[in-house]
Ligand binder design. Structure first.
Ligand code: GDP
Ligand code: MN
Length: 329
C-alpha cells in the first residue's frame, strides 16, 4: 500500500536520524496564513493539532498576515499555543484590492449575478488575488526558502514524524500537495484560454518536461485539475521566479480575479504544470488532512496507530484528478 512507503522518510529509526529535529533548523521555512481576526478559534484548532502532531518537535515559526491590524486578543490567542516564534504582519499597500485597470462596475455585475460559492464576495476575490500574486513577496517571508500554508478549521489527522521541509529540500522538491479536486467551471470560465495565450506569447518560459497533460485533455480542453492550495508546501523560488511573475501579471491584466472568481489553487497548479516536472512535485500521501468539504486519510493508517481518521473514507488518491496525476509522466 501507499502507506508502506512511510518508513522511507519517517516513523522509523532510520528516518528519524536523517530528518531529526535535533540541532539547528535545517531549512528556512515557516507556517504561513493569511487570516482574519474572526478566524482565531478556527486557527487555534489547527495550530493545536499541528503542534501536537508535529511542530512541538521542530518549532518552525508561524507568520500571520492580515489586511487589517491583528487584535491583541488574536495575537495572544495564537502565542499561547506554541513556543515557536510567531510574527504578525499587515499587507503591503497595493496587494489587497483592485488594480487600476479593473472595471469595477463590471466586477460588481459579476458579483451580483454569480451563482457559485463565494460568487457574491468582493473580499474573497481580494484574498485569491493576494494568495496568487503577493503572499510570497511579503517582507516577513523575504528570507524563507519554503512555506507551508495553513488555514483555520482544518485538521491534521496523523503524527508527522519527520520534517517535510527538509524532505522537500533534500529531494529538490518544489511543490507538495495532498488533495487534488477539479475546479468548478463557472469560476474559471476563461482561465485556460488566458493561460494558453500566455504560453503562446512566452514559449521559452515553459519547461521542456512539464505537467501540462495533467491540466489539459487530449482534445486541448481544460481538465480543471488543481492542487487544493489550502494545504501546500512550496519552495518559494517557484513563485519568485520570473516566469511565475510573468504568468501572474498576464492573468492579473486579464482581470479574471474580478470578472470571474479565479482561485489561487488553479493558478498555483497551472504554474506547477507549466514550470515543473513530475520529479519536482510531491504527493504527501502520509499527511492526513481535512479542510471543510474534503479530506485525505492515508491508506493503511488504521493499523499504524498514528491517525484518527477512517481510511475507508476520504482517500484523496481516489479522486479523478489524483488518478490522472498518477497517469502523467
Ligand atoms: P476557502 O478555503 O476557499 O473556503 O476560503 P477561506 O474563507 O478559508 O479563506 C482562505 C484563507 O484566507 C483563510 O485563511 C482565511 O482566513 C483567509 N481570508 C479569507 N478572506 C479574508 C479577508 O478578507 N481578510 C483576511 N485577512 N483573510 C482572509
Ligand atoms: Mn479555507
Amino acid at each position: 500500500s501507499a502507506f508502506s512507503n512511510f518508513g522511507k522518510y519517517g516513523g522509523n529509526a532510520q528516518g528519524l536520524n536523517e530528518y531529526s529535529p535535533q540541532g539547528v533548523k535545517p531549512v528556512k521555512a515557516a507556517l504561513v496564513a493569511l487570516i482574519r481576526n474572526d478566524d482565531l478559534y478556527g486557527m487555534r484548532q489547527a495550530i493545536r493539532e499541528l503542534e501536537d502532531r508535529w511542530n512541538h518537535k521542530y518549532n518552525y515559526p508561524y507568520i500571520f498576515l492580515n489586511d487589517k491590524p491583528f487584535t491583541s486578543e488574536f495575537k495572544q490567542g495564537i502565542r499561547d499555543l506554541t513556543k515557536a516564534q510567531v510574527q504578525f504582519g499587515i499587507l503591503e499597500p497595493g496587494t489587497w484590492g483592485y488594480p487600476s485597470w479593473i472595471d469595477q462596475e463590471k466586477a460588481k455585475k459579476e458579483r451580483e449575478t454569480a451563482d457559485y460559492i463565494k460568487g457574491h464576495s468582493e473580499s474573497y476575490r481580494f484574498m485569491c488575488r493576494f494568495q496568487s500574486g503577493f503572499v510570497h513577496k511579503h517582507p516577513l517571508l523575504r528570507d524563507l526558502e519554503f512555506y507551508w500554508r495553513i488555514e483555520p478549521d482544518v485538521h491534521y489527522y496523523c503524527d508527522i514524524d519527520y520534517d517535510p521541509f527538509l524532505y522537500m529540500k533534500k529531494n529538490e522538491l518544489k511543490y507538495g500537495w495532498n488533495i487534488a479536486p477539479d475546479e468548478y467551471e463557472p469560476t474559471v470560465r476563461t482561465l485556460w484560454n488566458t493561460t494558453k495565450d500566455f504560453m503562446q506569447k512566452n514559449p521559452q518560459m515553459i519547461a521542456k518536461k512539464n505537467l501540462l497533460d495533467w491540466v489539459s485533455n487530449p482534445d486541448g480542453t481544460y481538465t480543471k485539475c488543481h492542487f487544493w492550495s489550502n494545504f501546500e508546501i512550496v519552495d518559494l523560488s517557484l513563485y519568485r521566479s520570473p516566469q511565475y511573475q510573468a504568468f501572474f501579471d498576464h492573468l492579473d491584466k486579464a482581470g479574471g480575479f474580478f470578472y470571474e472568481r479565479w482561485g489561487d489553487a488553479p493558478i498555483h497548479s497551472l504554474a506547477v504544470a507549466m514550470f515543473l516536472q513530475k520529479s519536482q512535485v510531491h504527493y504527501f500521501d502520509d499527511i492526513g488532512y481535512y479542510h471543510p468539504a474534503m479530506s485525505h486519510c492515508p491508506k493503511g493508517s488504521k493499523t499504524s496507530g498514528k491517525c484518527v481518521c477512517d481510511p475507508e473514507k476520504g482517500w484523496s488518491n481516489d479522486f479523478g484528478c489524483a488518478k490522472r496525476w498518477r497517469s502523467v509522466s
